[in-house]
Every structure is written in C-alpha cells, then in structure tokens.
Design a protein around this ligand. Sequence first.
Ligand code: TXA
Ligand code: MG
Length: 329
Amino acid sequence: MRRGTDVDEAARVIRAGGLVAMPTETVYGLAADATQPAAIARIYAAKGRPPAHPLIVHLAEDAALADWVDAPPPMAAALAAAFWPGPLTLILRRGARLPAALSASSDTVGVRVPAHPLAQMLLAAVDRPLAAPSANRFGAVSPTTADHVVAELGAAVDYVLDGGPCWVGVESTIVDLTGARPTMLRPGGVARAELERVLQQPLVDGGADAAPAPGRLPSHYAPRAQVEAATVDDALAVARAAAARGERVAILAGAARFRTWPALPDDVRGAVLPDDVAAAARALFATLRELDGAGVDRIVAVDGWGDGLGEAITDRLARAAGPRPQEPR
Ligand code: TXA
Ligand code: MG
C-alpha cells in the first residue's frame, strides 16, 4: 500500500486493474475501473462485501450521463443540474457499457458525480467511470480520512490518494428513479427538502419493495461498540445503568444537549458533537471510530438531530444501533 497525493500514480494503478482509495466530499471510496470486471471483483474481496450488494459508479463532471445509463428520465437531468457535482446518487437503468458485475446483475446502476477535486482529477486522468463503495470493511463505519482507510483496509488497497478530511462526512443521498415515483433509498448529503423542491413532488421512502441496498440494512455503519438510542431525558439513566453493569459507556450528543445536564457521572464519558448539523455530520464517523479506539462498549446516542443532514445522522445512528452484520442474504 502506497499513500500520497499523486493523481497520475493513482490513475496508473486504476488502469492496471488496481484499487485506489479515493477522497470524495462524503466519505473515502474504494475505487476501481468500472469497466473492468476483474477490478470490480477485487473491490468485493477487499471489503468482504457479499456479491448481492451493488456498487455505485462515479462520473467525471463532463461525462455524458447517456453514455453510461439507458434513457435517463427528465427528473435525472433536473437533479443532476441542481446537485452534481455533489453528494447525490441516482439509481438509473444500467447502460450496456457498464458490466453486470457492478450491480449484482441488476439492470439498474447507481451513479454520481463527486465534488472532491482529487476525485475529479482522477476521473479525468483515467477517463473511465470509477466504481467505488465506501472504503471500509463490509458493515463497518465509513472512512472520512486517509488514516481511517489505512486502518480499515491497509494492504488491500494499492494506493491511498490523500485528499484530507471529507467535508460532508456522511454518504450521498440515494434516489431511485427507476420506479413509478422518485424514491429515497438512503438519506445523505443532500437534504430531502432540497430534492423535493427540484422534483416538485414528495419523495417516496424506500420500503420493503425497494431495490435491496446494503446501506439500508440495519446492520450497517456500525462501530464495534453497541450503539443505543436515547432521548435527552433518559440518556443519563441509560448510561448510568450500563456503567453499573460494568460497561465502558459514552454519551454521544450535540453540545447543547450536554448543557442541559448538571454533570456527567464519573464513569460516563462525553462524546460531544457540534450543534451545527453540518459540522456534526462531518465529525460523526471519526467520533464513532475514536470511541471504538478508546475501548468504549456502549454508545448512548441522543436523538433529535432534525431534518436535512440531521436525517442522515439519525439514520446512521439508528442503523448502528441495529443488529450486528448478518450473513449475505
Ligand atoms: O457517498 C457515497 O455514496 C460513497 C462515496 C464513496 O461516493 N459511496 C458509498 O457507496 O456510500 P456504498 O457502496 O458504500 O453505498 C452505496 C449504496 C449501497 O447501499 C448500495 O447497495 C446502493 O448504494 N446501491 C448501489 N447500486 C444500487 C442499485 N442499482 N440499486 C439500489 N441500490 C444500489
Ligand atoms: Mg458503504
């Protein structure tokens, strides 16, 4: 594993069928040439990701969407114009130039145009779409720094392109445009209200009948510690009870929440996120990693993050609180 800021070196690795950790504005991706099935297979192996879970494809800013997907609907053009480059993934009909191996053999594909300049430089240098899931082991927390990638995947990556910390900090919003109504499969970096303003209609929530997406499994985005949701009113009692059982406990909440409590018990650690929801999203995954690093057994996550990016924070904490990763299904 090499690491640096050399886009040309990263492009050589990709062309040769290798894996590059690519910075994006949301989280780091584990990138390979989306047109090379063998390179795609390496992504699944490196992540330990079950083959039934499709990858998303990243396009250059000047790429023609119609080269890679079939018959994108007018809504795709409207959303692309409003939010690309940026943290929005659209599920569309996969074009013939993209291999079936990308999408778990489904005829759909997720595409997005990332905003990070190094991702765009890499896309321009390679001149191919890049398949890239988040650069973490299957089921684990997404990396938001190059150090996180090294800690997660180490030798499984050929080159880590270091673009500094990701500035959105949670993954892209996923909107499925292949059904009768636009459907949100994952809340993320673009707020629901902004999307609905452009679409001029409400988004349907991805339900049981939606395309399977591992980001929607309850087991995802989980640190080692057990996450438990709490309200601002019951967080202290929940934390005290866990500490009394001998667990190492932290309360995770915005700064204003902490100010409503007179004090924290001695045996409960405070993990303070900024009150600004964008800053909290940026810090969330690094904070979960730090708590794991500190040997915390239980994270009591206080609710009430609101809408916009707050919806993504609530979603990731709820998934982290779910059951541990299951066998492929
Ligand atoms: O912000 C992001 O989206 C990051 C950065 C690296 O771009 N990528 C990312 O990829 O989060 P990944 O693979 O960790 O999550 C993408 C989600 C998965 O839950 C996947 O199942 C879903 O998108 N997905 C991909 N293709 C799909 C498809 N054709 N239909 C339904 N869901 C799909
Ligand atoms: Mg992921």
